[in-house]
Design a protein around this ligand. Structure first.
Ligand code: ATP
Length: 424
């Protein structure tokens, strides 16, 4: 484990070196912690730089930002700060802390502590690892809870028996890491997890916090594995509504998980879609409006996400129309453009065995979606049209004609606009 830090790329090593030097000047100990250390040991890439300071993290971050002339943001109420290094690398600083829970599910009470305390408050032993980055004892691994042994044994182990009761979102985290790494939740931890579920632990947490972990679960490469595991443990009850046709959903999710990467590359290179939304659309496919609304409210989903998910509900109608024998590019555009890219990706999975549908959807993304007019409403007003509905209709008609290849140049757009404007 000696040369753990040497596995990092040169840019990150230089950042850590700067932080270590400034920490030494200030007489504080600093550590890189959490997922990055775990992934270093596993030989996996991770660029999340989380620094723990045995001292005041905010003044430490400020000192670095000032010395290196970097942007930084501080979150005083949390005692944390983020420094943005030159190539855009964001480094999070937190004061080493000790936590206690006033009651199960509450946000913890926090006081400053040692690195040992800070590691003890974490979720699992595999995440309770730190590496010192001060020049003296640089690279020393702090593994007070045998996290390395658990990593080697492919085990997810909680820090203490109360862990899932204190913070039930860890139930979803345990399952997520277990499935991501192909590990196993260790026997005693699994007993504690089941105990927490039997005590209805999820009811003690704010639904938004649970959903945030659920969203992370759905953002993994193969979330269907985690969902299957959740289902077998009875850990999906937090949704409050029973999922219908889960096995069918898992099958669709599997399909999407295989195609998601090539799809992102082929269709969404410049505009990546949020894969978790597609998985969520699959899960709630059979929900009626009322159940969907209950979920939206319960988890306080953002309006933009609600709209995207709700638009997937138009799916079967759109797919039916998209099956028509002949469709012009503008007709395909009009059918698909009101839907979010995520909703269309959901349809693409539903239509996977229907080659024409898939081809039409891909054509929409690759050829039609970016088509835009070079004239706008102001041009039409300059041609003597008063503002209002007609302007929108004329522009839409010209766009359709452009999509269908009847118009190509700006001059043709102007000519057509003038003709349509006179037609009244
Ligand atoms: P990922 O690779 O998914 O980003 P991560 O381990 O970095 O994994 P984060 O959610 O970014 O996960 O959390 C960073 C660290 O914060 C974790 O490694 C863990 O030590 C700690 N942590 C996060 N959530 C909790 C929690 N609910 N309880 C205790 N510790 C937590």
């Amino acid at each position: 484990m000696k040369n753990l830090l040497s596995r990092l790329n040169q840019d990150i090593r230089l950042i850590l070196k700067d932080i270590g030097n400034i920490a030494d000047e200030r007489g504080v100990a600093v550590f890189v912690v959490g997922g990055l250390v775990r992934d270093l040991i596993l030989g996996k890439e991770n660029f999340d730089l989380d620094i723990v300071v045995e001292g005041d993290a905010i003044t430490m971050a400020e000192a670095i930002a000032k010395r290196k002339k970097l942007e930084w943001v501080c979150y005083r109420e949390f005692g944390t700060a983020t420094v943005i290094f030159s190539k855009g690398d964001r480094v999070d600083f937190a004061t080493a802390r000790k936590e206690s829970y006033a009651h199960p599910g509450a946000l913890p009470k926090v006081v400053a502590g040692s690195i040992h305390d800070d590691l003890f408050r974490r979720d699992f032993t595999i995440n309770a690892l730190a590496v010192r980055i001060n020049p003296v004892r640089l690279g020393v691994l702090i593994d007070d809870f045998s996290g390395v042994q658990d990593l080697k044994a492919k085990r997810i182990r909680i820090m203490h028996d109360q862990s899932f009761i204190d913070d039930p979102t860890r139930i979803l985290r345990a399952i997520r890491f277990e499935q991501r790494f192909n590990f196993r939740i260790e026997k005693h931890s699994l007993n504690m997890l089941n105990l927490a579920l039997s005590k209805k632990a999820f009811q003690t947490v704010k639904p938004e916090r649970i959903f945030e972990e659920f969203r992370k679960m759905l953002s993994e490469g193969t979330p269907q594995k985690s969902l299957k595991r959740c289902d077998s443990l009875g850990a999906l009850d937090f949704l409050g509504i029973k999922l219908k046709n889960l096995s069918e959903s898992l099958r669709l999710m599997e399909k999407f998980s295989y195609s998601s990467r090539p799809l992102q590359k082929k269709l969404f290179k410049d505009n990546p879609i949020e894969a978790w939304l597609v998985y969520f659309m699959i899960l709630v496919e059979h929900f009626g409006e009322k159940d969907l609304d209950t979920i939206f409210k319960r988890f306080n989903l953002k309006k933009i996400d609600r709209n995207k998910i709700a638009s997937s509900k138009q799916g079967h109608v759109v797919l039916k129309k998209l099956k028509a024998k002949r469709l012009s590019p503008s007709q395909i555009y009009r059918l698909l453009s009101p839907l979010s890219s995520e909703a269309i990706s959901f349809l693409r999975i539903k239509a996977a065995s229907h080659r024409i549908l898939v081809r039409r959807i891909d054509q929409f993304f690759l050829n039609y979606r970016a088509v835009a007019l070079s004239i706008n409403g102001n041009d039409l007003i300059n041609f003597g049209l008063s503002s209002g509905n007609r302007i929108g209709m004329i522009l839409a008609q010209i766009l359709d004609e452009k999509l269908d290849g009847l118009i190509t140049t700006r001059e043709e757009e102007i000519l057509r606009a003038k003709t349509l404007a006179v037609q009244g």
